[in-house]
Write a protein that binds this ligand. Structure first.
Ligand code: SF4
Length: 153
């Protein structure tokens, strides 16, 4: 199966990865189905359009010089293609981040990541801006939790 992303163009975001300007891709087919999910329309793995290597490369080239990081909202369920994209982003000198709903991701993916967000959405516990959240945002290499950088945003 081909990795799919939502039909909208990727967005440049500033807060999801602290101190980075990130080009964000929302990958469809999320299997977690969290209650209260902000993007239920992306649950279907047939929603959106294919994010082939050429298309991804073109986006990166288009935003080169404007961004410092590439962020994937999901996509670990298409690990081979995700890894290809992460490798390419790193070759271009960019940092990489994955927002996953899982509590951990495989080492074959995480070794290509600079940052990783783990944990499902839980309305009672809130997201990264809530100090009681179940979610964790880490620097993959140092394993240091960076949740404090989201507090007060
Ligand atoms: S992990 Fe994120 S995208 Fe997936 S269902 Fe949960 S809130 Fe929605």
């Amino acid at each position: 199966m081909v990795i799919m992303f939502n039909s909208f163009a990727p967005r440049v975001v500033f807060q999801e990865v602290p101190n980075e300007v990130s080009l964000a891709f929302l990958i469809t087919g999320c299997p977690f189905k969290c209650e209260g999910c902000h993007s239920e329309d992306s649950w279907s793995n047939t929603a959106g359009s294919a994010l082939c290597h050429t298309k991804f490369k073109n986006y990166i080239n288009q935003y080169q010089g404007l961004i410092t990081c590439v962020l994937f909202f999901g996509g670990e369920w298409q690990s081979e293609q995700l890894i290809d994209h992460l490798k390419f982003a790193k070759q271009q000198g960019l940092k990489t981040c994955l927002y996953s709903g899982a509590d951990k991701v495989s080492q074959k993916i995480s070794k290509h990541l600079t940052f990783l967000k783990t944990g499902r959405w839980n309305k009672q516990l809130g997201g990264l801006k809530n100090k009681n959240t179940n979610q964790r945002f880490i620097n993959v290499k140092t394993k240091i939790t960076l949740n404090h950088q989201f507090l007060g945003n």
